[in-house]
Design a protein around this ligand. Sequence first.
Ligand code: PLV
Length: 322
Amino acid sequence: MAKHFHVNTPLLESASMSRRVGTTVYLKMENSQPSGSFKIRGIGHLCQQLTTQSRGVVCASGGNAGMAAAYVARKMGVPATIVIPSSSPQLVVQRLQDQGATVKITGKVWDDANAEALRLSETEGLTYVPPFDHPLLWQGHASMIAEVAASLGPGERPGAVLLSVGGGGLLCGVIQGLKDAGWTGVPVVAVETVGADCFNAAVKAGRVVTLDDITSEAKCLGAKTVCSKAFEYSRCSELTLISELVTDQQALQAVQTFLDEERVLVEMACGAALAAVYSGLITRLQDEGRLQTPLGPLLVIVCGGSSVDMKQLADLKHKLQI
Ligand code: PLV
């Protein structure tokens, strides 16, 4: 069996983003993973550990965890059932089926789909693959920071890391990777969209809370409850974890600017993080003294995402009146 399913992704310097924030911006291009997002790192690692004797896997997903699970299962020769909510765009169904998965649509948001996935794992004896809340996922995701460390070389470290948060798996993996690299002090800017803001809500409330609904169009950030590890990290005094929100309009605008300037199409879940550069959020954090000035290189996790094509982009622009 393959040693792992993910690929080493490029670390690219963006001239236009560097100009905007006034420091070198490095893009970790997780969009170029075989499943279209970083999710394959964690899910590949988890499946290698847990599914050697499996009758099949079941994963509840907004789309990208499912894409990763379907890809890995196909490579392992194991059947995959992916449960997605009705809010996932139709194009996701086709892409999952292209990966050989059986697709089931249940409920309105990810949490509903997850209840069904858990039920199927019980009744059908399938191995449940969680999309964001498992130590093996975080361990797998951490490999992305190890790659960055190897690319940057000795002595160079990021001034800050920028990423988006759905259920918090990417955040936990990146923090794990920063710890492993000896970069614990590097601030992490964790971005969500308004209406898919379970991490920000937990930070504000001082406890893990469950959102009433997901009202953002960034459906792959749409978990109602953040994983408790992410919340724990937000309380950890050794870490600098900054939770910020952008609007759906800012996230979508960022998708478009990124397409124009970097020639890469990502989904809104990723646009949320990119918006921190394009909307001036990073500069504001510096003005407020929450990030240093001058700032060391900004590492942007381009988490990617498959839930987008030109039609979906046009539909979202229409819906959000951009
Ligand atoms: N998406 C999960 C959870 O959805 C999924 O099932 O695919 N960027 C992209 C492109 C993503 O797909 C996700 C998660 C994230 C960022 C956020 O990662 P997380 O959930 O580990 O914080 C409901």
